[in-house]
Design a protein around this ligand. Structure first.
Ligand SMILES: Nc1nc2c([nH]c(=O)n2[C@@H]2O[C@H](COP(=O)(O)OP(=O)(O)OP(=O)(O)O)[C@@H](O)[C@H]2O)c(=O)[nH]1
Length: 129
């Protein structure tokens, strides 16, 4: 099982959503930015590193949310571990994703999410209205 951290970065009642590029796996699906845990790393260090690498942002981690384990059809099993976060810097530099959107809670369901993200989106909508 692959552990993957992801960030629900909040600012002004909106959440940052990122679209995977056409060249990535799960092309053009929407996700929360983050990535795979490396050996010897804490989940928090992993998330901060990935957000810096992918978006050029520094974040503050606020709270861990329930994780979701998902098996993709290629048999890859991931444990997606979400954290609510806030911004420490605000200048975004997209290094991997094709685009980002700052979505209000009511907009979140309209994105074409990566399958593993759907329960996380549902939980967020139910708890942070
Ligand atoms: N960062 C992130 N990854 C997600 C999310 N949902 C989801 O299924 N994933 C999957 O979790 C893995 C994260 O890997 P990564 O971001 O570090 O690296 P990657 O895209 O190169 O992975 P890959 O080698 O599987 O293509 C990918 O397989 C990705 O498809 C999400 O919300 N955020």
């Amino acid at each position: 099982m692959i552990q993957v951290t992801c960030a629900l970065i909040e600012s002004k009642q909106r959440v940052l959503c990122a679209q995977r590029s056409a060249k990535m796996s799960l092309p053009l699906k929407w996700e929360f930015p983050g990535g795979k845990l490396e050996k010897g790393e804490t989940l928090e260090d992993c998330l901060k590193r990935e957000i810096k690498e992918e978006l050029g942002l520094n974040i503050k981690i606020l709270e861990r949310l329930p994780s979701n384990t998902h098996k993709y059809s290629d048999k890859k099993i991931i444990e997606l571990i979400p954290f609510r976060c806030s911004l420490q810097t605000s200048e975004i530099d997209l290094k991997e994703h094709s685009r980002i959107e700052w979505a209000g809670v009511s907009q979140l369901e309209s994105f074409d999410w990566a399958e593993a993200d759907i329960p996380i989106v549902q939980h967020y909508i139910q708890n942070f209205k």
